[in-house]
Design a protein around this ligand. Structure first.
Ligand code: GLU
Length: 476
């Protein structure tokens, strides 16, 4: 038998796209226009470091400009290539459409292992890469707004923002040229945790629908659910931490580069993270069984599997052996198109990447709006809100005195009710609302159509129809 070739990441995204558009009624030719990347810019630039010239290769792909600016992170990894950034840019288009972030899709990447360079060197490399993109309007508050992704963080975003403002000294909106910046450099509260928080909100919403829980063969709530997380980076860490601390889920497995930890009774996510930071990996962590082969834990029994690392980790070689009944794709593209077929056949429910990890770009949207409005969320309303609440509390206290022992105002109520929302609370509330509404939209397609049998196809259909509507509104 001829060996079946695993499609590339971009082919995988295209296959999933095709499966959805086959069920849609789209004007001839428009589906191809939506599917393909509009442009992908490759840059090779040199930076003089350690006494010699080093050449770096970077990309910025723009998938769809049906709305501008286009949006999407910049990834630093040795494996970065054109196929990957184009797949990721396409996912950004659908992701933004799905969560109503008014952006087209884009993605960038630099072929570099960030661990090989020290901070000063990384700054020089980042500034030079940013310079190349800025001068071609591939970083610009109105046209193309990057954000962190794998291998980058708020530190790189601060360098990019500074580079942009040096090159555009009179642009009053320069801070909106990139999101995911540090809080005291134009960032927004809650952006670092946003993608992980979004995964938590997505799961909470899933567990509000008994029909969906039953489709995955599960019962009950998140309480006590056994969760395996692959990748304890920013996204995996926050998702696991919040699910454990706030929803009482049990994190039974954590898979990292150097193997996996397993503990039926649950792992302390913060302790594992601290161990990784200190020792460079999970090896040697005391309160768990360590296996050098992470793959075995990926295939272990659990209720929820959260791939939060690389693309393509669940593929034709292991899909058959994945036992989790529910997978939530915190990473982009962790399940290949072939694996998706196998898992669907098995009845596994997959909450797809374009929805599951959209919390990051959602809060990026809030940050961009904050930068353009030049004011922190809640700054105008907070004290006024508190003053109005004080009026109610004053009245209730009057009633309290009047009623004597029959009734009294609970101090916790007073404290909670009096506090006006700060930026973090507003961001979390906006994110929660976004994740709930988006899930409800896709589950409606999932359950409302006889020809749609999974959440991924439903999400594609919903997102693509928004992009089509944007084209139609423009008269195309
Ligand atoms: N890199 C993140 C993603 O893949 C965030 C993108 C953004 O905030 O623009 O969704």
């Amino acid at each position: 038998m001829a060996e079946i070739r695993e499609p590339t990441f971009r082919e995988s995204v295209d296959l999933m796209f095709n499966r959805a558009v086959a069920l849609m009624d789209i004007a001839p030719g428009l589906e191809e226009k939506i599917r393909v990347a509009n442009s992908t810019y490759t840059v090779r630039f040199g930076v003089r470091l350690r006494g010699r010239m080093h050449t770096f290769t970077g990309y910025r792909s723009v998938h769809s400009e049906h709305m501008e600016p286009v949006k999407g992170g910049i990834r630093y990894a040795l494996e970065v290539n054109q196929d990957e950034v184009e797949a990721l840019a396409a996912l950004m288009t659908y992701k933004c459409a799905l969560v109503e972030a008014p952006f087209g899709g884009s993605k960038g990447g630099l072929c570099i292992d960030p661990r090989e360079w020290d901070v000063d060197e990384l700054e020089q490399i980042t500034r030079r890469f940013a310079y190349e993109l800025i001068k071609r309007d591939l970083i610009d508050p109105a046209q193309n707004v990057p954000a962190p992704d794998m291998g980058t963080s708020e530190r790189e975003m601060a360098w990019i923002a500074d580079q942009y403002s040096r090159m555009n000294t009179t642009d009053i909106n320069s801070r909106a040229c990139v999101t995911g910046k540090p809080l005291d450099n134009g960032g927004i509260a809650g952006r670092i945790e946003a993608t992980g928080r979004g995964v938590q909100f997505a799961l909470r919403e899933f567990f509000r629908h008994p029909e969906d829980i039953a489709a995955a063969g599960l019962v009950g709530t998140l309480d006590g659910k056994r969760v395996i997380v692959q990748g304890l980076g920013n996204v995996g860490y926050h998702a696991a931490k919040f699910l454990r601390e706030e929803d009482n889920a049990v994190i039974t497995g954590i898979i990292e580069r150097d193997g996996a930890l397993y503990n039926e009774k649950g792992l302390n996510v913060d302790a594992v993270r601290e161990w990784i930071v200190k020792h460079g990996g999970v090896t040697g962590y005391p309160d768990a069984v360590h296996s050098a082969e992470g793959a075995a834990v990926l295939e272990s029994e659990c209720d929820i599997l959260i791939p939060a690392a690389l693309e393509g980790v669940i593929n034709l070689t292991n899909a058959e052996r994945i036992r989790a009944p529910l997978i939530i794709e915190a990473a982009n593209g962790p399940v290949t198109a072939g694996a998706d077929d196998i898992l669907r056949e098995k009845g596994t429910v997959i909450i797809p990447d374009m929805y599951a990890n959209a919390g990051g770009v959602t809060v990026s949207y809030f940050e961009w709006v904050k930068n353009l409005s030049h004011i922190r969320f809640g700054r105008l309303q907070r004290r006024q809100e508190e003053a109005r609440h004080q009026l109610v509390v004053d009245e209730l206290e009057r009633l309290d005195r009047y009623l004597g022992d029959a009734w009294s105002l609970r101090p916790e109520f007073k404290e909670k009710y009096l506090r006006g929302a700060d930026e973090l609370e507003l961001v979390r509330s906006g994110l929660d609302d976004t994740m709930r509404i988006a899930y409800q939209s896709i589950r409606q397609v999932w359950h409302g159509r006889d020809d749609v049998h999974d959440l991924r196809t439903a999400a594609y259909i919903f997102a693509i129809s928004r992009v089509v509507a944007a084209y139609r509104a423009k008269g195309i």
